[in-house]
Write a protein that binds this ligand. Structure first.
Ligand SMILES: Nc1ncnc2c1ncn2[C@@H]1O[C@H](COP(=O)(O)OP(=O)(O)OP(=O)(O)O)[C@@H](O)[C@H]1O
Ligand SMILES: Nc1nc2c(ncn2[C@@H]2O[C@H](COP(=O)(O)O)[C@@H](O)[C@H]2O)c(=O)[nH]1
Length: 189
């Protein structure tokens, strides 16, 4: 039996990772792997659904499989979270920075399907974050962060494995996702 796919979405802020995750969950019954962060919730984000929101002290006590710093906050995920997600779903989907994507691909090999999201016009990213409701200060910090700059480009360690998803036009993105999902053996709901 092939192992259930673990779809890892990575790419710069605003490229549409969370939006694609939502689509894959709704259309292919994938489980979302909820990760931990010390970042404060955005308006509308729900604890335990979007993230487990942590303090620096509670984050430090967790037994995480991997953790990173991104724009001055910590983020991390556990193997238990992934196993819980796979227990009752045909596959799982995770949103990670590119460093996390490299870690998961190395650890789980071909079970991990990395989708690297990008857009043709990088100016679109600022507009999308503004449209999402992020404040000007949050957007400025994010776009200036080393991690944002790094995640604009596919890292060398993923170049032979990752699939590129150019998310300029949502209808084209959906068509591409449907093709990938078929290749991964996923059935639409
Ligand atoms: N193809 C698209 N065309 C226009 N807007 C889009 C498209 N895809 C996503 N968006 C919008 O862009 C905004 C950012 O998307 P999303 O939150 O999914 O990005 P993200 O990559 O998860 O960002 P971050 O890493 O900052 O969390 C959202 O308002 C979303 O609705
Ligand atoms: N390596 C990991 N990266 C993670 C994890 N959870 C989220 N992320 C990534 O962090 C940035 C910022 O997220 P945001 O929600 O504040 O926009 C983004 O690239 C996420 O993909 C994790 O557990 N490990």
């Amino acid at each position: 039996m092939p192992k259930p796919p673990v779809i890892v979405l990575c790419g710069a802020a605003g490229t549409g990772k969370t939006t694609v995750q939502q689509y894959l969950r709704q259309h292919f019954n994938l489980a979302r792997v909820i990760t931990h962060t010390t970042r404060p919730p955005r308006p509308g984000e729900v604890a335990g659904q979007d993230y487990y929101f942590e303090t620096p002290a509670s984050m430090a006590k967790l037994h995480l499989f991997e953790q990173v710093e991104y724009d001055h906050y910590r983020y991390g995920s556990s193997q238990e979270g992934l196993q819980r997600a796979l227990a009752d779903h045909p596959g799982a989907v995770m949103v990670l920075d590119t460093k996390g994507a490299v870690t998961y691909r190395k650890a789980l090999g071909d079970q991990v399907k990395v989708l690297f999201l990008t857009v043709t016009d990088r100016q679109q990213l600022r507009q999308r974050l503004t449209h999402r409701g992020d404040t000007p200060a949050v957007i400025a910090s994010r776009l200036a962060s080393e991690e944002f700059q790094r995640d604009l480009t596919l890292p060398p360690a993923l170049q032979a494995q990752a699939l590129i998803l150019r998310n300029d036009d949502w209808a084209a993105t959906v068509a591409q996702l449907e093709l990938y999902a078929t290749q991964w053996g996923l059935k639409g709901k």
